[in-house]
Design a protein around this ligand. Structure first.
Ligand code: UDX
Ligand code: ADP
Length: 492
């Protein structure tokens, strides 16, 4: 079917539309389009990707990502109005609206190395669309991009387009959090759509609003100009990360003073201006977005000659690094200042619970410090693939000696086996199942003295101490004679 609005597809499509294509079948594109297909049975949604392997997984019984509720959504729509394919040409050509949902990693070389977002995949998509499209399209940037990226996409599209083919670019950032993606998508706090003030721009915005209105009430759909929308995504992630760094900075103060960071978080969170969410002190934040978006924001501020603003946001990242390092070094200090040849169990490797994603997980930073100090690690995570943990810890970013590192890590599929004969347990992810473990049984199987370092503050520390564990956590002195605390270590 040709784009609605004219018979030969030379004007910007307007609602109702019947075909959507999403380029990029990752953590954002996959769940987003699955929910869109579920909620819009009148629209055919095709998700395409360059990776044949990824598409095969989306078409199989074992989806490439773990996300509570996702399997059920995919089962309901796949083959009905949801399709996963590597045939980008057909999907792009038939769609009236195309989401660009590819990864935008931090640049690893050249200008802005280590900070700026690398837009090569986004640019690749723009070129591909321009090459293929025979009719006008609404192109929606879903990937997190720097402010004014839409302009660059338009530039590429316009420089390569065919006669009569028009484009309108929208910004529609995704605010889903992993582990709760389906819930976030089904009942979003808001949907943000940024577009141009032109007639075509307005038509495109209205059309995307129409898609969301299938299941989101109008008052939750916010329309802005393109740049506000692009910046809002970076700003939301920066503000969320800043809250975590703020509470983590206070956790250090708590450990030195006897205050308890959970009590402080509760006390300040009851102030309705502050609110209680995202005040959970931890070993540090991880995930594919926070650090990347902060780095990107810092880079943009520097480019805009706003060094004070850049430094302000850089401190949020610095505090996160400090927290991860602080926790790892505390483990070493508590274990008599040496972990050389000591076997330590790491429970949890994902960057948060209910996901198998390990991007920027604090577990990598903690493991790296321990491995550098000569520790042997037994690692268990309920959802992260064994090969992923090995890849992460033997990557050049983490070690110069991948073969040696490989020999120092063992991956387990059972937590009880992972902790056996180890000197310490280090909790890096807040998986619910870690709360339910039989710690009496665990204590019997461990080396003595047995230590638990709770980097997520999920365990009952009093009970563990009663059992005979030495417990160290974040943001609280555990005042028991003979027990060392994170933050108050006796001189060796
Ligand atoms: C985040 C944003 O929440 C989401 O809106 C955006 O679209 C993508 O980035 P995500 O990274 O999936 O989502 O997870 P999130 O729940 O935000 O957690 C990020 C990290 O912060 C995790 O490592 C988590 O454990 C940590 N965290 C979160 C804390 O340490 N304390 C908290 O109070 C909350
Ligand atoms: P995100 O968390 O942003 O969704 P992911 O890395 O999980 O990021 O997914 C991005 C997906 O985009 C990957 O599956 C990757 O293969 C795909 N991709 C990257 N570049 C292109 C491209 N030019 N065309 C199609 N797919 C692409």
């Amino acid at each position: 079917m040709m784009a609605n609005g004219d018979s030969n597809g030379t004007t910007i499509p307007s609602f109702p539309i019947s075909k959507i294509c999403c380029i990029g079948a990752g953590y954002v594109g996959g769940p987003t389009c699955s929910v869109m297909a579920l909620m819009c049975p009148d629209i055919k949604v095709t998700v395409v990707d360059v990776s044949k392997e990824r598409i095969n997984q989306w078409n199989s019984e074992k989806l490439p990502i773990y996300e509570p509720g996702l399997d059920e959504v995919v089962r309901k729509c796949r083959g009905r109005n949801l399709f996963f394919s590597t045939d980008m040409e057909s999907a792009i050509n038939e769609a009236e609206l195309i989401f660009i949902s590819v990864n935008t990693p931090t640049k690893v070389n050249g200008n802005g190395k280590g900070r700026a977002a690398d837009l090569k995949h986004v640019e690749g998509c723009a070129r591909l669309i321009a090459n293929i499209a025979q009719s006008s399209k609404i192109v929606v940037e879903k990937s997190t991009v720097p402010v004014r990226a839409a302009e660059s996409i338009m530039h590429v599209l316009k420089a390569n387009n065919k006669p009569g083919v028009k484009y309108s670019i929208l910004s529609n950032p995704e605010f889903l959090a992993e582990g709760t993606a389906i819930e976030n998508l089904m009942k979003p706090d808001r949907v943000l759509i940024g577009g141009e003030e032109t007639l075509d721009g307005k038509k495109a915005v209205e059309t995307l609003c129409w898609v969301y209105e299938h299941w989101v009430s109008k008052d939750k759909i916010l329309t802005t100009n393109t740049w506000s929308s692009e910046l809002s995504k970076l700003a939301a992630n920066a503000m969320l990360a800043q809250r975590i760094s703020s509470i983590n900075s206070l956790s250090a103060v708590c450990e030195s003073t006897g205050a308890d960071v959970s009590e402080v978080a509760r006390a300040i969170g009851l102030d309705s201006r502050i609110g209680s969410k995202f005040l959970q002190a931890s070993v540090g934040f991880g995930g594919s977005c926070f650090q990347k978006d902060l780095l990107n924001l810092v880079y943009i501020c520097e480019k805009l000659n706003l060094p004070e603003v850049a430094q302000y946001w850089q401190k949020v990242i610095d505090m996160n690094e400090y927290q991860k390092e602080r926790f790892a070094h505390k483990i070493i200090e508590c274990l008599f200042n040496t972990v050389n040849e000591k076997r330590i169990s790491v429970l949890g490797f994902a960057f948060k619970k209910n996901t198998g994603d390990t991007r920027e997980t604090p577990a990598i930073s903690v493991c790296k410090v321990l491995l550098d100090e000569g520790a042997k690690l037994n690692i268990y995570d309920p959802k992260v693939e064994k090969s992923q943990i090995i890849n992460d810890l033997t990557s050049p970013r983490v070690t110069d000696f991948p073969d040696e590192t490989r020999k120092s890590i063992e991956i387990f599929s059972d937590p009880y086996a992972a902790v056996e004969n180890t000197h310490a347990i280090v909790i890096c992810t807040e998986w619910d199942e870690f709360v339910e473990l039989d710690y009496n049984r665990i204590l019997q199987s461990m080396m003595k003295p047995a230590y638990i370092f709770d980097g997520r503050k999920i365990l009952n520390h009093e009970e563990l101490q009663d059992l005979g564990f030495h417990v160290i956590t974040i943001g609280k002195k555990l005042n028991r004679i003979g027990f060392r605390t994170f933050g108050s270590i006796p001189q060796q």
